[in-house]
Write a protein that binds this ligand. Structure first.
Ligand SMILES: [Zn+2]
Ligand SMILES: [Zn+2]
Length: 168
């Protein structure tokens, strides 16, 4: 094996780079003429950086118009961001505890209590609480990063669609 392929071998998606061509950033999907880091998101393209990003990926998403194409992150990353003030009660997020529907962070199980409130009754809560002392709502969330939290697929009744058609 020659040095070129060894150098870029790593996490899936690693590939040899043609020095003349722009590369597609694996983190934000933008073309970059720099081959060491993304010109848009500043992410580094080396195998260790790819692995570090992969390690932090997960089923949680933050709605951010300035960075709309960032990958999802793990619960551990969400918790750290909430503790650093990067997620506020008004931040819009989605994850396993919202069944991937967008929700305001102060109403999201597993996130709101880190921000100081119960997601269910808005009473004061602490980051280490496992349940609300006022309404007893659980603050536990599934922490498996492969778990999306999607609900069951259920048949949509045909009758339910008729009124919306008639309204048109
Ligand atoms: Zn990028
Ligand atoms: Zn509560």
């Amino acid at each position: 094996m020659h040095n070129g392929s060894e150098r870029f071998k790593g996490i899936d998606g690693g590939h040899e780079m043609d020095e003349r061509r722009p590369v597609l950033c694996p983190y934000c999907g933008t073309s970059s003429l720099r081959h060491d880091r993304c010109e848009t998101c500043a992410g580094l393209f080396d195998p260790l950086s790819r692995q570090a990003t992969q390690n932090h990926m997960g089923p949680w998403f933050i709605r951010d118009i300035e960075h709309p194409f960032r990958p999802g992150c793990s619960y551990a990353v969400m918790k750290a961001m909430a503790l650093r003030g990067k997620i506020t009660p008004a931040t819009i997020v989605r994850g396993p505890s919202t069944r991937q529907f967008w929700e305001i962070a102060k109403r999201v199980p597993g996130i709101a209590h880190i921000l100081g409130v119960c997601h269910a009754c808005a009473a004061a809560a602490r980051v280490d609480d496992v349940a609300c002392k006022t309404c007893n709502a659980s603050f536990n969330v599934e922490q498996d990063r492969q778990y999306m939290g999607l609900g069951e697929v259920r048949e949509i009744p045909t009758m339910a669609r008729i009124p919306s058609r008639e309204q048109r």
